[in-house]
Design a protein around this ligand. Structure first.
Ligand code: XLS
Ligand code: NI
Ligand code: NI
Length: 438
């Protein structure tokens, strides 16, 4: 078969001194870090929608990039050309996973029965392509935000008919995810929220979203899906108020509706920052609740208030991300580049440069996070910071063997406590810099 990315070779690892734009400087797939090869720490995934579908259209202008891959857009030939392009792309980069929405794979027809037939056809084709490779699906999802019927949400729609269409799409997307060996299934509630309380019954809508998720779990388990379901929190955009605001909110929702055994979080860097958190914050909140499942690897622009989905290049953030991931013992999912090249980076070469950048950024993050952990100064400092709970009255508080009365009497006996000890933030930050740049 004729190559689509004709002038692009298989991307080699050439090391930090290389000036070759089509080579990895840091991502060395088989290099062992903390007992495991990089490629196992970093199960990278290609996002079908950005990489194979999006051409740079924004609110003010049409596509700059040509993603026709030699076929006419809106046809099944084009759907297949995207599969060909996607597999060639992943093979050349050594990316082992992909993520998809149902309608990224095929052009959506007016009648859902026809869309589903197209999905059967394309998933057969993908399955064929997967054979003889070690490329697999990381997660699938249903696009329940693009079609006009989802203007008021999917699970949260005021229309029961629309709820049924959402259910039908989830069912089919789960079928395809299982067929392609997917590790996970994502719910991103893009339109599960509201614009005004004047027309919205929030409690009713949240109950219905939970119902849709329960139905998905029941169906998924019945067809042999053993992976995790994920909620991907995002506070806003496109809706003003999105119900899955951040990790803490989404985890509370899952517990309230009895979904916490089947679901984990898919944390997207740019969504965390839109919620007013750092990426690391939402990772930590997920991890301490046993819910760190997967990551949408991208980065936002703090000067812009929307999801800019940039390829990650901030090594500091990637390091703190990998610090959380290593501490949590890894992900059940992987690192999906929910990222797009900037509109003026419209050539096929740019697609590769972007993945080289993203993969190298996370490889560096992994190396630096491992160094931070092996260095041990930060861990030791934190341990010491809470040392007053190791013995005496502190140990009694931790083990629950005390009363408010006893604690009050203890405070009386002290008169005034000593100050709690310096937080040493600047010292700790200098350790991070030393490890990053030393
Ligand atoms: C949008 C989301 C979306 C999800 C999948 O902001 O990031 O792309 O990852 O529906
Ligand atoms: Ni995402
Ligand atoms: Ni996003």
């Amino acid at each position: 078969m004729k190559e689509i990315f004709e002038n692009i070779p298989v991307i080699p690892y050439e090391g930090p001194q290389s000036k070759n734009p089509l080579a990895f400087k840091f991502y060395d797939a088989d290099r062992i870090v903390m007992g495991k090869p990089m490629k196992e720490h970093l199960p990278f995934a290609m996002a079908w929608w950005h990489n194979l579908c999006a051409g740079g259209t924004d609110m003010f202008g049409r596509d700059t990039a040509d993603k026709s891959f030699g076929a006419e857009k809106g046809t099944m030939e084009h759907a297949k050309a995207k599969v060909d392009a996607g597999f060639e792309f992943m093979k050349k980069l050594g990316v082992k996973y992909f993520c998809f929405h149902d309608v990224d794979l095929v052009p959506e027809a007016d009648d859902i029965k026809e869309t589903n037939r197209r999905l059967d056809e394309i998933s057969d084709y993908i399955l064929e392509k997967m054979q003889g490779t070690d490329i697999k699906c990381l997660w699938g999802t249903a696009n329940m935000f693009g079609n006009p019927r989802f203007m008021n949400g999917a699970g949260s729609s005021n229309s029961a008919d629309v709820f049924c269409f959402a259910a039908a799409q989830v069912k089919k997307a789960l079928d395809i995810t299982v067929k392609l060996g997917g590790r996970g299934y994502v719910f991103w509630g893009g339109r599960e929220g509201y614009e005004t309380l004047l027309n919205t019954d929030v409690k009713f809508e949240q109950e219905n979203i939970a119902k849709l998720m329960h139905l998905a779990v029941d169906y998924g388990r019945s067809i042999g899906f053993t992976g995790d379901f994920y909620i991907e929190p995002k506070p806003k955009e496109p809706m003003k108020h999105q119900y899955d605001f951040d990790a803490a909110t989404a985890i509370g929702f899952l517990r309230q509706y009895g979904l916490d055994k089947d679901f984990k979080m898919n944390i997207e860097a740019n969504h965390a920052t839109l919620a007013g958190h750092t990426f690391q914050h939402d990772l930590r909140i997920s991890a301490i609740n046993g819910m760190l499942g997967s990551i949408d690897a991208n980065q936002g622009d703090l000067l812009l208030g929307w999801d800019t989905d940039e390829f990650p290049f901030n090594v500091y953030d990637a390091t703190m991300c990998m610090y959380e991931v290593l501490k949590a013992g890894g992900l059940t999912g992987g690192f999906n580049f929910d990222s797009k090249t900037r509109r003026p980076s419209y050539t096929m070469e740019d697609m590769f440069h972007a993945y080289v950048l993203g993969m190298d950024t996370f490889a560096l993050g992994l190396l630096k996070a491992a160094e931070l952990i092996e260095d041990g100064r930060i861990d030791a400092f934190i341990k010491d910071r809470y040392a007053s709970y190791q013995t005496g009255i502190g140990a009694k508080i931790r083990s629950g063997e005390t009363t408010l009365k006893e604690l009050a009497a203890y405070a009386d006996s002290l008169g005034a406590p000593a100050l709690p000890g310096s937080g040493r933030q600047e010292y700790l930050e200098s350790i991070v810099n030393q490890i990053l740049f030393g």
